[in-house]
Design a protein around this ligand. Structure first.
Ligand code: PRP
Length: 216
């Protein structure tokens, strides 16, 4: 039997390991934040876990280097890769929002030509151009995006809000909500056919785990 490869986003996975541990897969080594290892093998279940940067998970899955991936809906939308999204894991829940100082609310309302800084240019483009029909200039940043409106790089940002504490600490607020987000399980389109039985079994087990959590 060949290994099924599961790509996980490095860093924010605490709850996701709970799912695999519930199935009897030991994740202690992967949970260790100090480990430099990127590949973990489980001989009993013939599973291989790879830890990649979140934004690369859809790439590994589309090309079949991983059969399955677990990744945020934000990354799925931004990367636009060809894959099957099979389960909403109802974990790592947050919102994609347009954020700015209160003064920027008027600029949005009147559809002014504003600058939008973001780590998610494709999501921002789709929202402003296709949904709001507002022409904007999108500026790609790689992190600490909240800085942009404070130092005058942009009028607003498009970013994730989880607890809202980053916004608050920087005197910004949610001006518009784009969509809710959560972690999803995705599957390579060929693997879904070739490994149908094993993948369907895994999906069923994950669904049962999620249901048992809901019922508890
Ligand atoms: C994310 C996001 C916000 C923050 C939101 O940043 O870009 O900055 O978390 O969370 P909160 O609402 O709970 O405060 P991340 O931690 O990924 O760091 P980054 O800014 O370097 O991307």
């Amino acid at each position: 039997m060949r290994y099924l490869t599961i790509a996980l986003a490095k860093g924010r996975l605490g709850k996701i390991f709970d799912i695999f541990e519930h199935m009897g897969i030991d994740c202690a080594e992967m949970r260790d934040k100090d480990t430099r290892k990127l590949i973990f093998t489980n001989e009993e279940y013939k599973l291989k876990f790879i830890l990649s940067k979140a934004s690369d998970v859809p790439t590994y899955v589309e090309y079949g280097a991983a059969d399955i991936g677990i990744v945020g809906k934000d990354t799925i939308l931004e990367e636009g890769r060809k894959l099957f999204e099979v389960i909403d894991l109802d974990m790592a829940k947050c919102r994609m929002c347009v954020i700015g100082p209160e003064s920027s609310a008027e600029l949005l309302k009147h559809k002014e030509l504003i600058r939008v800084a973001t780590k998610y240019p494709n999501i921002a483009k789709d929202y402003f151009y296709n949904q709001k029909h507002q022409t904007v200039e999108i500026i790609k940043l790689h992190g600490s995006v909240e800085l942009a409106p404070i130092v005058g790089l942009s009028e607003v940002i498009v970013d994730i809000v989880e607890t809202g504490s980053t916004l608050k600490a920087n005197g910004l607020q949610v001006l518009e909500e784009i969509c809710p987000l959560s972690a999803r399980m995705v599957v390579n389109q060929v693997s879904m056919k070739m490994e149908k039985e094993r993948i369907t079994k895994l999906i069923t087990e994950v669904r049962a785990y999620l249901q048992s959590k809901k019922d508890a």
